[in-house]
Design a protein around this ligand. Structure first.
Ligand SMILES: Cc1cc2nc3c(=O)[nH]c(=O)nc-3n(C[C@H](O)[C@H](O)[C@H](O)COP(=O)(O)OP(=O)(O)OC[C@H]3O[C@@H](n4cnc5c(N)ncnc54)[C@H](O)[C@@H]3O)c2cc1C
Length: 508
């Protein structure tokens, strides 16, 4: 017998195989010894009440064993037709895997370094405030996803096969729990090895991965894109999947200069809020101390302020705040957390919508310039970040001192009203007060630090596509930088879909 059932567990029963068998067999009115295997299909934590429950959908096997999942097979493409993939972020890497599955040889061109060498540059930025503009938290193998939090939650389920992306990540080393957790998460400490494994699959199948290979232009024959040009002048032939992310401003410039269609895109900007993880645990789990059986708590807030959405974004329990700049003179921050999420601090982006219609003109670069002006005002040499206590920010008064922070380049007590646009300040203030009301006043805390600025939440530019995934013949803009995805899984789905479109075009 094989049967899928819903069960409810106590936190301490969550990872206890014996308890799982006992509860499942009771529900099916069979003996526990008849249960040969229980597989978790879905898990979520219901923390709405003090009595926290774990809801699971499980598949129970009695007298039978699960059929093992077959791994995805990647055929040899050593002598197959080639396609160029610009960018080795989630969109580019999953595009490359899909090309291989479909008998096409990917040549990945990545401006940054391999995922391990990159770490030396991100460490130098955090420790010494020294930025390598080609190797940082945005640029290099794995893209912005490499040292990210690795949260794999996506809303873009309708656009592609998110389940396949997760199964491919497991095949390359991610923990199986990402297949059933309602909020799957890998962790910034585990992602680099998974990315290296994906690279090895690509290379052993016959694909090519070239680092320090910045694409500076596209080759064209008439209307058709026939390849990519590298900074060195070398030309690499083939249709091009352009998956260069939202920080590759040079790519937007060469597209605009050469008559490709791009347009301004609405986005969201704000700050990162850092608070003690123990506070978030106690708010979300309704007790002074988190049960050792429960993971560090996260949150998701959203409110409308004067017709404008204010919301939390990319919340990192037990994580740290990092400098995610790609240029000297512009500061942008982000957050990440390791797999254990055991750090003392929780951080989250707190952002508000900025619609492209609010920025005067019709220049496709206008939202990008708006973002740059905030990043310029936020910049302090050494990538020190301006910050205010959460309470001082909300009550419009200067901060004499700041709480401890995980942001390694350091914080400088500043008035964020002087740095952020007034509409952003007032929306965030009202948003924080509303979030505090939702938590009986507990969310607004002296121990919270508001750090500027979080601006690269999505692309400020869209690279237009026709009804399908291409712009003209031979060019397939994909991922976050093209303006069609946001986050690791949705970028990976978009890269996959671009590769499938390219395959259809090649097959005529
Ligand atoms: C610190 C941090 C934490 C994050 N946490 C999460 C999270 O937990 N969950 C989540 O879903 N998302 C998270 N994100 C966002 C997520 O990483 C991005 O949405 C995702 O990586 C976008 O994928 P992409 O492939 O479209 O672009 P990117 O990841 O930006 O990759 C683009 C790649 O193109 C390369 N490139 C750029 N220009 C060129 C060029 N001219 N020539 C060759 N190569 C080029 C870049 O070096 C880069 O490797 C986080 C981002 C950051 C910075």
């Amino acid at each position: 017998m094989v049967k899928d059932i819903d069960i409810v567990l106590r936190p301490e029963e969550m990872n206890d195989g014996r308890a799982l068998r006992r509860i499942a067999s009771k529900k099916l009115s069979i003996s526990s010894s008849d249960v040969s295997h229980v597989t978790v299909l879905r898990r979520s934590i219901d923390a709405r009440r003090r009595d926290i429950k774990i809801n699971e959908r499980v598949r129970v096997y009695a007298g039978e064993d699960p059929v093992p999942e077959h791994p995805f097979v990647f055929p040899s493409v050593h002598s197959s037709p080639s396609a160029v993939v610009a960018g080795a972020g989630p969109a580019g890497l999953f595009a490359a895997l899909t090309l291989i599955e479909n008998g096409i040889r990917p040549i990945i061109l990545e401006r940054g370094k391999d995922v391990h060498s990159r770490r030396i540059d991100t460490a130098a930025l955090s420790r010494d405030g020294k930025l390598n503009p080609e190797s940082n938290y945005a640029f290099g193998e794995g893209g912005a996803g490499a040292y990210s939090d690795g949260k794999l939650y996506t809303r873009s389920l309708k656009r592609g096969d998110a389940g396949k992306i997760l199964r491919l990540l497991v095949q390359h080393g991610a923990d199986e729990s990402i297949l059933y957790d309602s909020h799957p998460h890998i962790g910034s400490d585990r992602l680099p090895k998974i990315i290296e494994n994906i690279r090895n699959t690509i290379i052993s199948s016959g694909g090519e991965v070239r680092f320090s290979s910045r694409v500076t232009g596209l080759m064209r024959k008439g209307d058709e894109v026939t390849g990519a040009v590298l900074e060195s002048g070398e030309e690499i032939s083939g249709p091009v999947i352009l998956a260069t992310g939202h920080s590759a401003k040079d790519v937007y410039s060469f597209l605009a200069d050469n008559g490709f269609s791009i347009e301004a895109k609405s986005t969201a900007v704000g700050v990162r809020l850092e608070q003690p993880q123990a506070l978030i645990d106690s708010i979300q789990y309704h007790s002074e101390k988190r049960s050792p059986f429960l993971p560090p708590a996260s949150y998701s807030f959203k409110v409308q302020v004067g017709g404008r959405g204010v919301y939390s974004f990319c919340m990192c329990p037990g994580g740290s705040v990092v400098p995610a700049s790609t240029e000297e003179g512009l500061l942008v921050i982000n957050g990440m957390s390791p797999a254990s999420r055991r750090g003392r601090w929780a951080n989250s982006g707190m952002i508000t919508e900025i619609r492209k219609e609010e920025i005067a003109g019709d220049d496709p670069f206008r939202v990008l310039r708006y973002i740059e002006s905030i990043e310029r005002s936020s910049f302090i040499p050494g990538f020190i970040a301006p910050a205010e206590r959460m309470t001082d920010f909300c009550y419009d008064r200067p901060s004499g001192t700041l709480p401890d922070s995980t942001y390694r380049p350091g914080l400088s007590a500043s008035r964020l009203d002087d740095i952020l646009p007034p509409v952003v300040v007032s929306s965030l203030r009202q948003g924080f007060l509303a979030f505090s009301d939702m938590t009986r006043g507990r969310f607004l805390t002296e121990e919270g630090t508001v750090i500027a600025c979080e601006t690269r939440t999505s692309s400020p530019i869209r690279i237009l596509r026709d009804g399908s995934m291409r712009q003209g013949r031979g060019l397939y803009p994909a991922g976050e930088g093209a303006g069609y995805a946001g986050g690791i899984v949705s970028a990976a789905i978009d890269g996959t879909e671009a590769a499938l479109c390219l395959r259809r075009d090649l097959n005529g």
